[in-house]
Design a protein around this ligand. Structure first.
Ligand SMILES: NC(=O)c1ccc[n+]([C@@H]2O[C@H](COP(=O)([O-])OP(=O)(O)OC[C@H]3O[C@@H](n4cnc5c(N)ncnc54)[C@H](OP(=O)(O)O)[C@@H]3O)[C@@H](O)[C@H]2O)c1
Length: 266
């Protein structure tokens, strides 16, 4: 059985990827805190330091690189510092180390997980993702770049933090097209089976919503009603938001409402 290395295999997308890939491949996961399940080959490592990277890549036919470090996503809200800085160590330096190890081991396919609209980057984290894409393209390792729109968990977390306020002042008209990482994992598995494909079709959720509708559905599902104050969305903001959707790309089937419903109001 071919071995596939998944970085970020303990994360939201990574866990879904491991489940999707396990029937067809031996799955290896590079993790800072390895799990104990014997169905996966765990390698302890850290992309920020390079520890374990060579060992993780040795003998694998493909790498799915889904590890990332976004402090803002972890916390679920932006701090002012997030607007000018995002840590490089995992997304850029770690990607470089992984690509070098993949080139040395003769990896057949390096699948890089990225974000829709990243080539018109706004903000430091997206700039890091674009830099990482460039490293992948220039590495000489056969590759695919797979971009998705915002994951449901991230929007859920951000709204959960925002709902600590009594009112939500939001640009309610901006478009969003959130996606279930489980749907995206299915697409990644399909692309892995196809082999290196360069930049693959963007992947998005089944519907483009306005932020106002998304918030209404969230409030209804979570039972946390807050007064929403609709802020005017200037044209540059509307354009930026549109570039982060993919209405003509591949689409998952799980709607935001479905996803919220499945989590039983949690
Ligand atoms: N979230 C979104 O809305 C979204 C949308 C489109 C694309 N993406 C992309 O999808 C990918 C996965 O995102 P996600 O939302 O699933 O992220 P996530 O849940 O935050 O998971 C991040 C993963 O990276 C690992 N990681 C962090 N630092 C590491 C390090 N120093 N060494 C090794 N592993 C490290 C984490 O491991 P620990 O368990 O040790 O922390 C975790 O497994 C990323 O490339 C992201 O840019 C995300």
């Amino acid at each position: 059985m071919a071995i596939v290395l998944v970085t970020g295999g303990t994360g939201h997308l990574g866990r879904e990827l491991v489940e999707r890939l396990r029937p067809a491949y031996r799955v290896r996961v590079l993790a800072r805190s390895p799990g104990s399940g014997g169905e996966v080959d765990w390698v302890r490592g850290d992309l920020a330091t390079g520890a374990g990277v060579a060992q993780a890549v040795a003998g694998v036919s493909a790498v799915v690189h889904a590890a990332t470090c976004s402090p803002a996503a972890r916390r679920g809200y932006l701090r002012p510092a997030d607007l000018w800085r995002s840590p490089l160590e995992v997304d850029v330096d770690g990607t470089r180390l992984l690509l070098e190890a993949a080139a040395r081991s003769g990896v057949d396919h390096f699948a890089y997980i990225s974000i829709v609209g990243v080539d018109r980057p706004r903000g430091p984290y997206l700039r890091l993702k674009l830099t990482a894409e460039e490293l992948v393209r220039e590495s000489g390792v056969p590759f695919s770049i797979l971009r998705a729109t915002q994951f449901h968990w991230l929007l859920d977390r951000m709204l959960g933090k925002a709902a600590r306020l009594p009112v939500l002042p939001l640009p309610t008209r901006v478009p969003v097209q959130p996606v279930d990482p489980a749907d995206f994992a299915g697409y990644v598995a399909e692309c892995l089976a196809d082999g290196p494909g360069g930049r693959r079709e963007d992947f998005a959720g089944p519907e483009v919503l306005t932020l106002g509708t998304l918030v209404d559905q969230w409030q209804w599902a979570r039972g946390r009603p807050r007064k929403v104050i609709g802020l005017y969305a200037p044209a540059p903001l509307m354009r930026a938001a549109y570039t982060m959707t993919a209405p003509y790309g591949r689409r998952g089937t799980t709607t935001w409402a479905d996803w919220l419903g499945r989590r039983g109001g949690r």
